[in-house]
Each structure stands twice: as structure tokens, then as C-alpha cells.
Design a protein around this ligand. Structure first.
Ligand SMILES: Cc1cc2nc3c(=O)[nH]c(=O)nc-3n(C[C@H](O)[C@H](O)[C@H](O)COP(=O)(O)OP(=O)(O)OC[C@H]3O[C@@H](n4cnc5c(N)ncnc54)[C@H](O)[C@@H]3O)c2cc1C
Length: 528
């Protein structure tokens, strides 16, 4: 398509979450005129930071993995990840503790170090089994990177064709049709190890008892590296927004899109808070796709909603803390397990209540990576604590007594593992599923879009192109999976799909125009 025609093509991206930022950046780099509108006052969406007791605390995602996704995006935008962001590899991936046990288990960046640690923790046979598990996770990853990670919406026949009979047989032999929990029973004898690796399902907001065994590929993703980000994970959003601005994206924060405008059966623009209208040839929507079905973007946009993709993924109760800790040598990422793991997921997905035995995750943001050369901070430190919760934020808000009881249980579990924490009220900011729902409308507070439950989940996700011509979808609710990298990938897929449509339309338009007909530009149509 000619340069000039591209510059005239106006795309509005609604939402500056990681998916929206990536789509806006890549479209601008390919010469399109791009306006990004974001309801909040800053970019990032769930990649957010809170100011608590004077300290800036990452209160969204804390784990940076799959750096190749961002290497490719920054390369495509004419820069490099290293030029835009300071990444520090973690040598210890995570520290794990169990209620009432002194023994702790660290997973390391080097799989052999992890195998040694597992052997010391649970015996040499388990150490050997861990290495076999890593080999299997690597194989699953290798087979599924194409259809699971790089593809907008794989189809079963296409996947069978891509894998070929050999690949299919091999994958079937790994037992991916089983649940992650069942498959882990084949690998490990020690129940604590099964519990630890089952947690990978929650990286996609799923229950280990419903997630397919293929999610063991997360083990391989971690083996490829976990980084801390200088300035916090939130700096990733700042880097993408900064580069997008340099590539010409007009960014409007504190601006909500109230309605998608439709004319002649295709998208024609957006209506913003206060009634202002922006004409557009195409729109990329980065909010939760459930907002379309709920009518939050207007009645005309409702039919564009993809078919519901099943259960929502996990929500959470989080506590951003600026407090002193005692009694436990925290690493950057720490996981504290309770006794009855299954009850956590029965509570959340079946009973729809806060877990009575919830695992507690603590990110100690002043430790690991570049932070203080690995030394423990003195005095107060920046922490994010998280307990999984049902994504019911639009249906009910948990009563204060319920969330306070959950908080007391979490603190008691930490204390049983040796970690003492007694923050003053001004040192804590709590966020519940209802708070996440307010920030991310129609999500119910789900942090990862639809839950990856069952083997067929892969084929049910929304595609980058919606049912409404000119409307594209990007974000975690479109490309569910392990969070930030998948949301970024969906932004890239939305941009590529839009550009491919544009190229094919301009080719057919050239043919039509040569025959003497033309269509009015949607840009002009909506502005009238
Ligand atoms: C507490 C927490 C912990 C997490 N942990 C991890 C982790 O460790 N690792 C990981 O990879 N992932 C993690 N995740 C998930 C990860 O943050 C998300 O998958 C990812 O950031 C989602 O990006 P997105 O593109 O879907 O956009 P979102 O972050 O959902 O942002 C969408 C944006 O669209 C805006 N918007 C919506 N509707 C409108 C409208 N009508 N008009 C204007 N703007 C609108 C919203 O304001 C928002 O800014 C976590 C999330 C949370 C909250």
C-alpha cells in the first residue's frame, strides 16, 4: 500500500494496556496515523504502580518472562529492548515455603542447580525426575510455540496439519489431554513438588485441576529466564508509551471511549467522554472483550463480541505494602503454601468464595536483580502480597469482614512459615476483585481473561479481527495465557491482521476504482 494512503488511514486504539500500546506502536511504525485513548491518567492498565507510604510499588504483574516477545517488538519499532529498559536476570527464580515446615526450596535460573536443590529437599530420585520434567516441558513448548503463543486463533485441523503425524503422536504421548495436576502425579512423588509445579496453572489464571497438562510449558518459559525490570514492571509500559510517542502516536489519557461508532456495517469511529467524536478507519479495542457483549461500548458494538470463551480466570486480593519484615529470608519472588491445595481451587471456582487455605505470593521488590546487590533492605521494604480470588467483582463485593478474615489467614500462614509482618494502616493499600472490575470493566476482576481450562481452550479464544469489519481486538482477554507477554503478542497480532486487511482492501479497491466506482472514506463519513 502506498505511503500516502497509509498516512491517511486513521486508527484509534482504545486502551493503553500492554496490548493496546504494542498495537499502537507497531501500526505507527508502519506509517498509519494512530490515536491512543486511555480512560486512566497513565499508560499500562494492569501494569500499574501505587504510591503507598511514599513508596512506588508495582501492584500488577511482577514477573517478567519471554523477553524474546519484547525483543521482537522493540526491533520491529526500530529500537531495542536493552536501549529502552534495564533488565536484570534473576539467579533465584522463586523461594517456596510450606506451612509449619522449616525446609524451603529455591528454583534457580540454572536447571541443574534446581535439580540439586530438589534432591537435597526431597531426595535424589526427585532431583532426577525434575530434569526429566524439564525435558518434557521443553518438548511441549517446542511443539506449541507456534499454535499456542504466536498464532491469533489456531484451528484444530491447522494444528494437526502443522504438527504432522509424528508431532501429534509425540504430543499425545506426553499426555496433554490430561489435567496439569494429573500429569504432575506421573512426574513427582513428593506432594510438595506436585503442589509447587501445579502453580504454573495459576500463571494463566487457571486451576491445576482443570488446566491442560500442556501448561507445563511454563516451566520451560521460566527456564528461559526471569528478569527484574529497573524502575519496576510499570517501566515497561512507560517504555512502550515513550517509543510510541516518538513514532508519532497521539496519546490521550484520562479519556474514556463511551461508544464505538458504526456506519454501513463497519466501524466508523469512537465517541469519547463529553460527546467528542473521532472518526476512524479502524479501531483496536484493548479493554476486556466482555465489555462489548455487556453493551458498555454501545448497542451497535454488541454484535462484534466474540462468543463467550468459558469461565473467567482467577482474580486476586492484593496488598501493596511498605513495611518492615522479620524472620524469613525473602527472595524477590516468594510463595507460601498451605496444606490443602485442592480446597483453594474448589473455594474459588466451585464455591465462588475467598479461599480458606489460599497460597500467598509475596514479591519483595527491593530484593533480587539489581536491587541492593542482593542484600536485604534495612527498615521498611516494598512488597506486593497476593492471594487468588474468584472473579466475581461485578456480581458482588466481598464484605470487609470477609476480606479482613482472608488477610488474617494470609498473615497467619506467613507467620507459620516464619515471616512476621505487622504493617500500620497507612503502609497498606488493598485491592479486591471489585476494585479490579472498576478499573477493567466487565472483567469481573479476572486478571488473565478467560481461564485456560480444558485442552480445547486454545481453540476458543477470540480472534484479532472481530465480527465487525474494522474493529480489532487486543489484550489478555483475547490471547489468554501467561499475562504480559501474551497480551503484548495479541497487540502485535491485531496490528498484523489490520495491516493485512488494509493491504488486501487497497488491492481490491484499486481494481474497483479502475472500473469507475469509489466508496466514501469512513473517516469523512463519521466526522459529519
Ligand atoms: C495483580 C496482578 C498480578 C499479575 N501478575 C502477572 C505476572 O506476574 N506476570 C504476567 O505476565 N502477568 C501478570 N498479570 C496479568 C497481566 O498484568 C495482564 O495479562 C496484562 O497486563 C493485560 O494487558 P492488556 O493488554 O489486556 O490490557 P489491560 O492491562 O487490561 O489494560 C486495558 C486498558 O484499557 C483501558 N480501557 C478499557 N476500556 C476503555 C475505554 N472504554 N476507554 C478507554 N480506555 C479503556 C483500561 O483503562 C486499561 O488501561 C497480573 C495482573 C495483575 C492485576
Amino acid at each position: 500500500m502506498a505511503e500516502q494512503a497509509r498516512r491517511e488511514h486513521h486508527v484509534v486504539v482504545v486502551g493503553a494496556g500492554v496490548g493496546g500500546l504494542v498495537a499502537a506502536l507497531l501500526l505507527a511504525c508502519r506509517g498509519l496515523r494512530v490515536t491512543l485513548v486511555e480512560a486512566q491518567e497513565h499508560p499500562g492498565g494492569k501494569l500499574r504502580q501505587l504510591l503507598v507510604d511514599g513508596a512506588a510499588i508495582d501492584a500488577g504483574p511482577t514477573v517478567f518472562t519471554m523477553r524474546w516477545v519484547f525483543d521482537e517488538i522493540f526491533d520491529a519499532a526500530g529500537s531495542t529492548l536493552d536501549a529502552e529498559l534495564a533488565l536484570h536476570p534473576l539467579l533465584v527464580l522463586a523461594r517456596h515455603a510450606w506451612r509449619g515446615h522449616d525446609a524451603r526450596l529455591d528454583l534457580h535460573a540454572d536447571a541443574n542447580d534446581s535439580a540439586d536443590a530438589i534432591a537435597a529437599f526431597a531426595g535424589p530420585d526427585e532431583g532426577r525426575r525434575y530434569l526429566a520434567f524439564c525435558a518434557e516441558a521443553r518438548e511441549v513448548y517446542r511443539r506449541l510455540e507456534g499454535p499456542h503463543i504466536r498464532s491469533a486463533r489456531p484451528s484444530l485441523p491447522q494444528m494437526i496439519a502443522d504438527l504432522g503425524p509424528g508431532g501429534l503422536k509425540r504430543l499425545a504421548g506426553l499426555g496433554p489431554l490430561a489435567t496439569l495436576w494429573k500429569s504432575l502425579g506421573r512426574h513427582f512423588r513428593d506432594p510438595r513438588l506436585r503442589q509447587l509445579f501445579a502453580r504454573y496453572a495459576t500463571y494463566c489464571g487457571a486451576s491445576p485441576w482443570a488446566a491442560p497438562a500442556t501448561l507445563m510449558l511454563v516451566a520451560h518459559v521460566e527456564q528461559q529466564g526471569v528478569w527484574s525490570v529497573g524502575g519496576g514492571m510499570h517501566a515497561l509500559a512507560g517504555a512502550l508509551a515513550g517509543l510510541a510517542a516518538r513514532r508519532g502516536v497521539v496519546q490521550r489519557f484520562g479519556t474514556r471511549c463511551e461508544r464505538l461508532l458504526v456506519q454501513g456495517g463497519r466501524i466508523a469511529g469512537v465517541q469519547l467522554t463529553g460527546g467528542e467524536r473521532l472518526a476512524a478507519d479502524a479501531v483496536v479495542f484493548n479493554g476486556d472483550v466482555a465489555a462489548l457483549a455487556a453493551g458498555l461500548l454501545g448497542e451497535d458494538a454488541r454484535p462484534a463480541a466474540p462468543a463467550a470463551a468459558g469461565a473467567r480466570s482467577l482474580s486476586a486480593i492484593t496488598w501493596a505494602l511498605h513495611a518492615a519484615t522479620e524472620g524469613f529470608p525473602l527472595e524477590r519472588h516468594n510463595v507460601f503454601f498451605d496444606d490443602d491445595y485442592k480446597s483453594e481451587f474448589d473455594d474459588i471456582f466451585r464455591r465462588r468464595r475467598l479461599p480458606r487455605q489460599g497460597t500467598v505470593y509475596v514479591c519483595a521488590q527491593d530484593r533480587g536483580g539489581e536491587a541492593r546487590g542482593g542484600q536485604a533492605p534495612r527498615g521498611r521494604e516494598r512488597l506486593l502480597a497476593l492471594v487468588n480470588a474468584p472473579a466475581e467483582g461485578d456480581r458482588r463485593s466481598f464484605a470487609d469482614e470477609e476480606t479482613e478474615a482472608c488477610e488474617r489467614r494470609a498473615l497467619a500462614l506467613l507467620a507459620d512459615c516464619g515471616l512476621r509482618l505487622a504493617p500500620k494502616p497507612r503502609q497498606v493499600q488493598r485491592c479486591t476483585p471489585a476494585d479490579f472490575e472498576r478499573l477493567f470493566p466487565a472483567s469481573g476482576g479476572a486478571l488473565y481473561g478467560p481461564a485456560t481450562h480444558g485442552w480445547m481452550a486454545l481453540f476458543k479464544r477470540a480472534a484479532s479481527a472481530s465480527r465487525l469489519p474494522g474493529l480489532y481486538l487486543a489484550g489478555g482477554s483475547v490471547h489468554p495465557g501467561p499475562g504480559v507477554p501474551m497480551a503484548a503478542m495479541s497487540g502485535r497480532l491485531a496490528a498484523e491482521t489490520l495491516l493485512a486487511h488494509l493491504d488486501s482492501t487497497s488491492r481490491s479497491r484499486r481494481v474497483v476504482i479502475a472500473g469507475g466506482t469509489s466508496t466514501p472514506s469512513p473517516t469523512r463519513a463519521a466526522s459529519g
